[in-house]
Unconditional design. Structure first.
Length: 133
């Protein structure tokens, strides 16, 4: 194994295990080389059937945004978690009041994207961007 190991490290519950000081402790590419996973690397998503259905790879982000609806009279604060050319995964407190179509506003770069919700979970939704062919 590449890197230096800490042997005899005792974790929660007194369980002994090995830990890498450099390189990925998970044994795969995509690490920062410091024993941490790279959370900003694109993550492939494979459906339960084993086939990737997305047209473009999603990139992990953590960006504040606003859902604008009701003829621009209502807004909800949210966090964009994953984004691609064609859509995004959005986390928010109350998914029940999100309309089927809305505008997603990114205040960091003052950008608006018209969206349509394609799936809904307990605290997150998946959207497709309507301004992409």
């Amino acid at each position: 194994m590449p890197g230096r190991e800490l042997k005899g490290y005792h974790g929660p519950g007194g369980k002994s295990f090995r830990m890498m000081l450099s390189g990925s402790p998970f044994g795969h590419a995509g690490s920062l080389g410091t024993g941490m996973m790279n959370v900003y690397a694109p993550r492939p998503h494979v459906a339960p059937g084993g086939v990737e259905r997305r047209r473009a790879q999603r990139h992990r982000v953590l960006q504040k945004a606003y859902i604008i609806f009701n003829n621009r009279r209502s807004t909800l604060t949210c966090r964009v978690r994953d984004v691609s050319t064609y859509g995004a995964r959005i986390k928010l407190a109350d998914v029940a009041i999100v309309p089927r179509q809305f505008i997603l506003y990114f205040p960091m770069d003052a950008r608006e994207r018209p969206c349509e919700m394609v799936w809904r979970g307990l605290d997150q939704i998946g959207v497709r961007f309507l301004d992409v062919a």
